[in-house]
Ligand binder design. Structure first.
Ligand code: ZN
Ligand code: FE
Length: 255
């Protein structure tokens, strides 16, 4: 197998991800939530870190950059337009750039909203994307630096990926997200069923991540402003989708 993703919990509710190209031996950490946990994962797998692919500057995503770079002399990739906030950045990337991790090629998508410089990495051949804090299972990131319009555009660029694209998000927030999702779209049977599956997984301490674009389109309220039920709950029937999205996000902030 040329391509492997190793997923492990970090900090309180983050996920760490290592991706490995067995042909070249190249290994990237997606973000650096916790250098110690990442080093332990590398040791467990017997891999040497060659790259860090940062999605954004927050401490639980870039806080381990410097310690990991010191130990591994790895190359750090991050958003060109946010370079001053990415510790140790070596390679500055922008929308549609390609990033190589050995033989694995990611396309960069700029997805501002959670932060102004947030990016995602889409490995088309492997059919996986790492989306940081932009899209979560049944949720989306808080809009700290962007506008709802920017965040909606960013989510739409992720929705344009194939439905079977495997989505690795950076946090295990799914159970709390499900409670909110059910509050705005209780009639969505796919959501009701998924919420039950999530409860079962979490009661066994198992992850609910990764997800897929198709599953999120069917159940994630932030990707469903076209839902009549969500439009009714937000009081915005027939209104622009971006307005429905913005109101849904506002309701979640106060949930
Ligand atoms: Zn964040
Ligand atoms: Fe985060």
């Amino acid at each position: 197998m040329a391509f492997e993703v190793f997923q492990f919990p970090c900090l309180n509710d983050n996920y760490g991800y290592l991706i490995h190209d067995s042909d070249s031996g190249a290994t990237a950490s997606i973000d650096s939530p916790d250098a110690e946990a990442i080093n332990a994962a590398l040791e467990e797998k017997g891999w040497a870190l060659t790259h860090i692919l940062n999605t954004h500057h927050h401490y639980d995503h870039a806080g381990g950059n410097e310690a990991l770079k010191e130990r591994w002399q790895c190359q750090i990739v991050g958003a060109a337009n946010d370079a001053e906030r990415i510790p140790g950045i070596d390679v500055r990337v922008a929308d549609d750039d390609s990033v190589a991790v050995g033989g694995l090629i990611a396309r960069v998508l700029e997805v501002p909203g959670h932060t102004s410089g947030h990016i995602a990495y889409h490995f088309a051949e492997q059919n996986v994307a790492f989306v940081g804090d932009t899209l979560f299972a049944l949720g989306c990131g808080r809009i700290f630096e962007g506008t709802p319009g920017q965040m909606w555009d960013s989510l739409q660029s992720l929705m344009a990926l194939a439905d079977d694209t495997v989505i690795y998000c950076a946090h295990e927030y799914t159970q709390a997200n499900a409670a909110f999702a059910l509050s705005v779209e209780p009639g969505n049977q796919a959501l009701v069923k998924r919420a039950q599956e999530i409860d079962a997984l979490r009661s066994e301490g198992r992850p609910t991540v990764p997800t897929t674009i198709g599953l999120e389109k069917a159940t994630n309220p932030f990707l469903r402003p076209d839902s009549r039920e969500i439009q009714a709950v937000t009081g915005l029937v027939g209104k622009p989708l971006v307005d429905v999205f913005a109101e849904t996000r506002r309701l979640k902030d106060n949930f």
